[in-house]
Design a protein around this ligand. Structure first.
Ligand SMILES: O=C(CO)[C@@H](O)[C@H](O)COP(=O)(O)O
Length: 228
């Protein structure tokens, strides 16, 4: 089993946009490595979030790696836009890509890390042919579209299966989990194989954001240590 250092990726979907810079500054105090940006188009998912201007503002507020998750139809049309806005990585949905391999190549041509996301009801086998071509596989642990939902428990087993698949293919991608991650479940999510933990409500609804990030990281590390 691989053992990457755990990464907490605060999702600014849950931030107070009227003071986004200050909220990201709170994350910076915890020395976060990644900031997660959720782009929703009202078509692929039943909600609209924000676009490249907010990603650009977020990127200006932190030195952290900007992890952009496109929950949109036709992501190919927007890769350049988000690359220019400051993305370090773009993750597209398997379900939204007709030519997934071509889309991954396009993300790489823009000089970015490339990820693929799968919805809770999508078989992991649908991404097996490209797992040696991506930097990250994102397992949705809620149905995409909204923050503040409950973690879907079947994700634990899917994480274990994805870890096995990674070993079998001698692949090296990060495994990211997104949706309903909190202090009560992060240790088990980590133990099940996740490397990157997207947390929206758990971070931005906390009374002390840096303290909460550090608590989440401590629990994620504890989960990893149990796997060794
Ligand atoms: O992409 C999504 C939801 O579609 C997630 O990134 C949420 O933003 C996570 O939010 P919480 O479940 O942590 O509140």
């Amino acid at each position: 089993m691989q053992n990457k250092q755990p990464v907490i990726a605060p999702s600014i979907l849950a931030a107070d946009y009227s003071r986004l810079g200050a909220q990201i500054e709170e994350c910076n105090k915890a020395d976060i490595q990644w900031i997660h940006c959720d782009i929703m188009d009202g078509h692929f998912v039943p909600n609209i979030s924000y676009g490249a201007s907010v990603v650009r503002a977020a990127a200006k507020s932190t030195d952290a790696f900007i992890d952009v998750h496109l929950m949109i139809e036709n992501p190919d049309a927007f890769i350049g836009t988000f690359a220019e806005a400051g993305a370090g990585q773009i993750t597209v949905h398997q379900e939204a890509c007709i030519h997934l391999h071509r889309t991954i190549q396009s993300i790489r041509r823009h000089g970015l890390a490339a990820g693929v996301a799968v919805n809770p009801a999508t078989s992991l086998h649908t991404v097996e042919p490209i797992i040696n071509d991506v930097d990250l596989v994102l397992l949705m642990s809620v149905n995409p579209g909204f923050g503040g939902q409950s973690f879907i428990r079947s994700t634990y087993q899917r994480l274990q299966r994805l870890c096995t698949m990674r070993e079998e293919h001698k692949a090296d991608f990060f495994i990211e989990v997104d949706g309903g991650v909190n202090l009560d479940n992060i240790e088990k999510i980590s133990r099940s194989g996740a490397d990157v933990f997207v947390a929206g409500s758990a971070v931005f609804k906390a009374p002390d954001i840096p303290a909460r990030i550090n608590e989440l990281l401590r629990e994620a590390k504890a989960g990893k240590e149990m796997v060794i």
